[in-house]
Write a protein that binds this ligand. Structure first.
Ligand code: ADP
Ligand code: 5GP
Length: 199
């Protein structure tokens, strides 16, 4: 189940995106999206990273308000009902959603706004904002992806199995995205993202 609400404050999505730009970064869990995002934000502090809300429990070291807004299922469902999410989806047994207002304000104030979200959410964003630049991060191989998820050492066996199953479906959808980047060597992948964003 997913819901996307119409933009209320803009006449057209074109008008909306003529000020700033919306970028969607998607790829299977463990491919290195978070790692790439962290480096990208360090190098380009002018980028606005949208912090999502989730019902997942924090992993060791994760900070509320920085990595995610960690909220209960009840609270999440209440926010959905109130139309507070630009998109939301269920992933591996938990809800994830992009807070609507901040993202719209930042884009309208001329910022490059990056959403690091899974496939279903990316599809909704692309449907609502066709001019979104969409980037899919691929692993060098499925074996390497599994190694990275396990190497991260922060997911249970059950969570790993769910994520690997979902990864297969996500990778098959890579061609829907404007750009596909293989995260083999981190620096090479980073530079490819920089070229996509800044030319
Ligand atoms: P995601 O956010 O896509 O779930 P993470 O950024 O948490 O993935 O990365 C998963 C694991 O893979 C981490 O342990 C990270 O250090 C490692 N990793 C990320 N990019 C690379 C890379 N290019 N080469 C080797 N390991 C990587
Ligand atoms: P993780 O639990 O590993 O942090 O994230 C699981 C998946 O949820 C990742 O693919 C991540 O990109 C995605 N995700 C994070 N925030 C959001 C969000 O706001 N919306 C959607 N649709 N997916 C998200």
């Amino acid at each position: 189940m997913m819901q996307v609400l119409p933009i209320q404050s803009c006449a057209t999505t074109k008008e909306f995106l003529s000020s700033g730009k919306l970028i969607v970064l998607t790829g299977p869990s463990g491919v290195g999206k978070g790692t790439l995002m962290r480096s990208l934000l360090q190098r380009h502090p002018e980028l606005y990273y949208s912090v999502s809300a989730t019902t997942r429990s924090p992993r060791p070291g994760e900070i509320n308000g920085e990595n995610y807004y960690f909220i209960s299922r009840n609270k999440f469902e209440q926010l959905v009902a109130e139309g507070e999410f630009l998109e939301w989806a269920e992933f591996a047994g938990n809800y994830y959603g992009t807070p609507r207002e901040n993202v719209l304000n930042q884009v309208q104030s001329g910022k490059l706004v990056v959403l690091e979200i899974e496939l279903e959410g990316a599809r909704q964003i692309r449907a609502s904002f066709p001019e979104t630049l969409s980037i899919f991060i691929l692993p060098p191989s499925f074996e390497e992806l599994e190694k990275r998820i396990r190497g991260r050492g922060q997911d249970s066996e059950e969570a790993i199995a769910r994520r690997l199953q979902r990864a297969k479906a996500e990778i098959q959808a890579a061609n829907e995205f404007n750009i596909q980047i293989v995260n083999d060597d981190l620096e090479t992948a980073l530079q490819a993202i920089e070229v996509a964003l800044f030319g």
